[in-house]
Structure formats: structure tokens, C-alpha cells
Design a protein. Structure first.
Lengths: 77, 198
């Protein structure tokens, strides 16, 4: 089993797992934001701004996995 | 001295930026609005340029995003040294020791704080680069999918399957530019002397 087949198996798996984690995190964050907006509709725009900023932070962690994919994808074949 | 349309539009942008920076800084906003505002509009134009036919986003290169992140890092350190003084700057990194217990923790807190400070420009650069390159690759993948769909009649054009993703790209590019500017403002704010600790 050479490193190329291992990379070809591991890299998409890594991106997929990162996406799962990000799905969990974003689901919780947006869920809490929706609940807060329901409790106090006057503060909705502030909550929405905070939610977008928090979502970008969580998304950044997924993108680190994508970055590793880009760096290593040239080594396959 | 009635402002015409162009000046009015620019005033809307500047005032929006000033209110936005004011919500983070408070009264220091006037000093830091030019920097944060320039970052936001520059990165916004960088990101959106790739969506114009024949254009290419500079943010798809890690060199551009790393340069901007290093700029934010150096400006934050300079602001810290200028506003806090050298002693206050080192004090800020040592976690502001006041009692015997916190003095003993300084050899632990100092490297942790330095690593945290170095992680900030790294994450800024990678976040912007990854998001913009990811959107580009997404649009490219759907363009090639559209071409493949019509390949059985050897057509030179494909189905415009990438149009919804162009809109997604516009939204995410704006959000990423805003995130970069907000984080730059927050990192600058953290370097300023914060008085109230209770």
C-alpha cells in the first residue's frame, strides 16, 4: 500500500469529517441565535450580526482542513 | 454646498463604517476608522473582482492574505507599544501580575499569550484565503459540470449551473471581508488599555 493510495483515501475523509464537525457547531450556534431572536425580536439585528461573525469563526476551522487538502492534493499521482 | 450624488453615497459608506467601528472601540473610533474601513473596502473589492468575467480575485493567493494579516499584526503591536509603553506592553503579555500567585504564573502565561498572539494573523490569512479559493473552486466545478452535461451534442457552451453559486459567492465574499475588518478592529481594541476590571 503506497502513500498515494493512502492519501487518496485519507484526504476526502479528512474534509468530510471536518464538515461534520462544522455542521454540528454551526447547527448549535444558529439554533441558539434563532432562539434568542424569538425571545427578544427587538434585538434581532444585533443577534444576527453576532451570529454571522460566530459562524465565520466556526467555518474557518473547516477551511483549515480544506487547506491541507489543497496542499497535499498535488502529491497524489 | 449641497452634496451631489457621488459625495452623498461616499458619506453613507464612511458614516456606516464609523458607526460600526464606534460599536467596537467607543470614543477612540475616529483614530482607527481609516485603517479598518480601508481594510474592509479593499478586501471586499478584492473578493468580488473574481466574479466579473475576465477578473481574478487577488485573495485567492495566500501571499495577499498573509500580507494583509501581517499588516494587521504589526499595526496591533505598534499600537500596543505606543499606547501602553514598553513596560505596559510586556505587562499585558505577562497577564498583568499583581499578586505573588500571578507573578508565579508569568512563565506559563507569557508563552501562551505569545502563541495566541501569533495564531491571530495566521487564522486571519487562512480564513480569507480558504473561503475565497473555496468559492472559486465551487463555481469552477459547477461550470465544468454544466459543460459535461451538454457534451453529448459537442456544444461549446454548457448549462449555466453555476449561477446560484455566483450569488452565494457574492454573499460569502462580503461576509469574509466584514469578518476580517471586525477581527482587525477587535485585535486592535484588545491592545488598548482597558481600565475597568470589575
Amino acid at each position: 500500500m503506497n502513500y498515494q493510495s493512502m492519501l487518496a483515501w485519507a484526504l476526502p475523509m479528512a474534509v468530510g469529517l471536518a464538515a461534520v464537525g462544522s455542521g454540528f457547531g454551526l447547527g448549535r450556534a444558529v439554533g441558539s441565535a434563532m432562539e434568542a431572536m424569538g425571545r427578544q425580536p427587538e434585538a434581532a439585528s444585533k443577534i444576527q450580526t453576532g451570529m454571522v461573525i460566530g459562524a465565520a469563526f466556526i467555518e474557518a476551522l473547516t477551511l483549515y482542513a480544506l487547506l491541507v487538502f489543497f496542499i497535499l492534493s498535488g502529491k497524489i499521482g | 454646498m449641497i452634496p451631489d450624488k457621488g459625495q452623498n453615497f461616499l458619506e453613507i459608506l464612511v458614516e456606516w463604517m464609523y458607526n460600526f467601528v464606534y460599536s467596537i472601540f467607543g470614543d477612540d473610533a475616529k483614530r482607527y476608522t481609516p485603517f479598518v474601513g480601508t481594510l474592509f473596502f479593499y478586501i471586499l473589492m478584492n473578493n468580488l473582482w473574481g466574479l466579473i468575467p475576465g477578473g481574478h480575485s487577488p485573495s485567492t493567493s495566500i501571499n495577499t492574505t498573509a500580507a494583509l494579516a501581517i499588516l494587521v499584526f504589526l499595526y496591533a503591536q505598534y499600537t500596543g507599544i505606543r499606547r501602553l509603553g514598553i513596560v505596559g506592553y510586556l505587562d499585558h503579555y505577562a497577564g498583568e501580575p499583581r499578586s505573588i500567585l500571578t507573578w508565579c504564573l508569568v512563565p506559563l502565561l507569557f508563552p501562551i499569550h505569545i502563541i495566541g498572539e501569533l495564531a491571530k494573523p495566521f487564522s486571519l490569512a487562512v480564513r480569507l484565503f480558504g473561503n475565497v479559493t473555496g468559492e472559486d473552486v465551487l463555481v469552477a466545478a459547477f461550470v465544468s459540470l454544466g459543460l459535461v452535461t451538454l457534451s453529448f451534442i459537442h456544444s461549446p457552451v454548457g448549462l449555466p449551473l453555476n449561477v446560484p453559486f455566483i450569488f452565494l459567492s457574492m454573499l460569502l465574499s462580503t461576509v469574509q471581508a466584514l469578518i476580517f475588518a471586525v477581527l482587525a478592529a477587535v485585535y486592535l481594541f484588545l491592545m488598548l488599555p482597558h481600565e475597568e476590571h470589575n
